[in-house]
Design a binder for this molecule. Sequence first.
Ligand code: PLP
Length: 844
Amino acid sequence: MTPSYNQRRILLKETSLRGGEIVLEKLPENLKELESLAYNLWWSWSRPAQRLWRMIDSEKWEEHRNPVKILREVSKERLEELSKDEDFIALYELTLERFTDYMEREDTWFNVNYPEWDEKIVYMCMEYGLTKALPIYSGGLGILAGDHLKSASDLGLPLIAVGLLYKHGYFTQQIDSDGRQIEIFPEYDIEELPMKPLRDEDGNQVIVEVPIDNDTVKARVFEVQVGRVKLYLLDTDFEENEDRFRKICDYLYNPEPDVRVSQEILLGIGGMKLLKTLKIKPGVIHLNEGHPAFSSLERIKSYMEEGYSFTEALEIVRQTTVFTTHTPVPAGHDRFPFDFVEKKLTKFFEGFESKELLMNLGKDEDGNFNMTYLALRTSSFINGVSKLHADVSRRMFKNVWKGVPVEEIPIEGITNGVHMGTWINREMRKLFDRYLGRVWREHTDLEGIWYGVDRIPDEELWEAHLNAKKRFIDYIRESIKRRNERLGINEPLPEISENVLIIGFARRFATYKRAVLLFSDLERLKRIVNNSERPVYIVYAGKAHPRDEGGKEFLRRIYEVSQMPDFKNKIIVLENYDIGMARLMVSGVDVWLNNPRRPMEASGTSGMKAAANGVLNASVYDGWWVEGYNGRNGWVIGDESVLPETEADDPKDAEALYELLENEIIPTYYENREKWIFMMKESIKSVAPKFSTTRMLKEYTEKFYIKGLVNREWLERRENVEKIGAWKERILKNWENVSIERIVLEDSKSVEVTVKLGDLTPNDVIVELVAGRGEGMEDLEVWKVIHIRRYRKENDLFVYTYTNGVLGHLGSPGWFYAVRVIPYHPRLPIKFLPEVPVVWKKVL
Ligand SMILES: *Cc1c(COP(=O)(O)O)cnc(C)c1O
């Protein structure tokens, strides 16, 4: 399956020299701009552009959705013919006009609101799901990153992105006749991918050198244009590297630790080297998941080589780094043996004296090197991807901040969103254009605009929905047909009516997502799907990670059930879930089913895509649905609690799901269409603005990016860095001498706290009274935090007094009062520093 390196070498040598140039040569004079349209992924959310490509070659378009491939393969004659076709020219000109407007407009949201900032926000991620034609993603994380770039472009953010190119992408999934997953690693012809070699002034492809093991690995750079945003992809698979380094870029998430760490070094350290090569001085670095966190080490080391101390360098990096964590699943957090990482970084640390200080930033409780910890300790702006997930993450990572109540751990929630321009299907877009006005495209996050959905006549909405269903049904049949042909299966294709209720379940087959929950009572399920008056189809799709045997077993089981006579053509399994299928599926079913074990689904985004298309969510109360559900826009499976679930809760959730289907979903669909359409409208209105990446990007900008840029500017001046560095050194040196000597309760309204500060002064710290319910500091449910400002000096000590306050509940059972001392500097973006444990003492 994997081609030999020799074979590939020949192909690649040519490629690195030519990229998109061949395409240009054959374009007729009046169609020259097709080239820039093909190489900018803007087409992936532009309807006219998509129609244009379809007009050139509809078959290839439907199959590959790749304008570059179309342009490379279309004949000169066909192009000549099109250059004289009036309809085509009109569409071409319309598309070009929209494209030029889009690319050149200056009054973007960012420019209007933050005209003074143009430093780059550098977004880093292991995978990007932008389009089917660029298969460098595996699932939700990648899709989110892709949508992030598209919205950053829409809003005019000065953002660039860095990622890796994988020769075989992730994998293409086939399902054999026993329901086993077959993983195919297709070899992509990189000339066909929608990207170009990044060239320097002399026309040579840019190459960066990355230290891995004891060697210097070369990475060549490609550039993907996503609207206004550039995504740079690093690739080691070319002739200048030894085979063992070429295979770093074989495929995404190589589970072999040696390759995996190399990939992360390439992304993190290589990414920073690339910025240097391009002379880009980053304003803010956004680590999307822990994978790119080595970038923090590279930045710290690089500042130290410029003469900054470790403390200063860490401060600069931390104050300008954003970190988004994405999953509560432990396996989603990369950890490696400490020595092993040290060895992988041999060349990186060569001749560098402070190796230990840097390495310790990644050390976890078990002595492993933990990418998430490295990211947490080198970022000031940290978030989980929903409110609930932020809460779960604070608990997961509380050890990084000592003596801090869980709820004060500095991890915020910025809930994910989706790029509505990509995910809302064509029928709905047309309706929205008509009844909301085209403003919904640009001001997607304005809730008021979406009230226009109420103006859409029910019949029109229903018809648009049926059309989307029909398109998905065609896709299902086509997909089954292809598989049958491949496997030599000779049986009629299912007849699927768009008037039958279709439930969709598509996601990675990770076991916590419980894809088989509905199968716990097959007799009951049989009655549900085979009711002659109210039949139901259930369509499943998803990939299992190649090493996830549990996930594969789920897939096998679903396939097995789908082949039982009672379920044949009622339960349908589709192969190879990808962006292309997802776009059809999230709009082409009636109900989107999501039943993970709580709280493992950090956010989930497919349900947002479905909801914005009027597809109703039936979901466990987890992830984004905790914020999205409003009682009218879909259903909750089970109870509206956020308590963690175990395997023991599966039967209870299965029962709740059956009841929901039997008593609510199916009867409403067949007997109360009016209510169903009302719910569809509720779903669109409530979800499209709030769970768009437009809202999400604005939140990242306002809460994180701008603050990081402000810090960056302040730290630009050496004397400022020195000032805060000196302060921090003082804190670190003296902190062990800080203690709370005595707490005296005067009466129920006043407290006197005697604090020893050693060589520190009251300006260096804040003293607080913390009150709440709980047994100790870390599990405290904080009720009040009171800053005690007044103090007097008594010999070497400081006596802080809090008078005439109200110390409610003090002394009551279950209540906890403490005084704490925290280091304080006005330029610190976070209240609690990982390296400075909070000093605290219980009152009473
Ligand atoms: C949206 C999407 C995902 C993520 O969906 P979840 O709800 O997080 O499971 C995964 N894969 C594809 C192809 C998608 O389009």
